[in-house]
Design a protein around this ligand. Structure first.
Ligand SMILES: N[C@@H](CCC(=O)N[C@@H](CS)C(=O)NCC(=O)O)C(=O)O
Length: 186
């Protein structure tokens, strides 16, 4: 599937864990949009809710990304958080963009790993969806769907009074895939 190491794309994955079990990616970009722009539970501050400032990049085929799309819609945050889709398939470049509805409307990139290195030039790790961009600072705010749904619910209260029952981290923490070790990204 490929991954980034020190900002360089590697087509081949490292060998699997010795026990052969699947382990989900540990998300490393974990800043938070907060109602007052102060730092959230992890990462740095400076991300206040502002109209048109944020943008989600997701894949239609990814359940983790899908929950961020659902919460954005239920909270009616379309004016605050834009949305675009990678193509619903992988290549040796990982997630890629394509023409039409799969185009990269933010930067015109061919692949999602270019988004990661645009934000973090020395990024190492898997290139996953969803990612949440801050267009003001040109940095990725978060690549952790469990955090993104919580910040959508909590940080935009002034503009979206709808409250969804997803506020506890435990209830919403990323789950490991069935039959795996139970290691999580949270
Ligand atoms: N912790 C992430 C994990 C997301 C995730 O695993 N996304 C998958 C697609 S469903 C992905 O992009 N995988 C690409 C890869 O591992 O190379 C989250 O929940 O936001």
């Amino acid at each position: 599937m490929g991954l980034l190491i020190d900002g360089q794309w590697h087509v081949n994955d490292p060998p699997p864990a010795e026990d052969g079990r699947y382990r989900r990616t540990v998300s490393t970009l974990r800043n938070w949009i907060t109602s007052d722009g102060e730092a959230g539970p992890t990462g740095r501050g400076g991300f206040a809710p502002e109209r048109g400032r944020y943008h989600l990049v997701v894949a239609m085929t990814c359940p983790w990304a899908h929950r961020t799309v659902i919460v954005r819609k239920l909270k009616k945050l379309e004016d605050f958080v834009g949305l675009s889709y990678v193509a619903p398939r992988r290549s040796d470049q990982g997630w890629i963009f394509d023409e039409g509805e799969w185009r990269d409307e933010l930067f015109g990139c061919a692949s999602l790993h270019e988004h990661y290195t645009r934000s973090e030039s020395d990024f190492s790790g898997r290139v996953t969806v969803p990612i949440l961009w801050d267009l003001q600072t040109s940095r990725i705010v978060s690549n952790e769907s469990a955090d993104i749904v919580r910040m959508f619910n909590d940080a935009f209260c002034d503009v979206s009074p709808i409250r969804l029952p997803i506020s506890t981290p435990q209830a919403n923490a990323p789950k490991s895939m069935p039959g795996t070790s139970g290691s999580t990204a949270a």
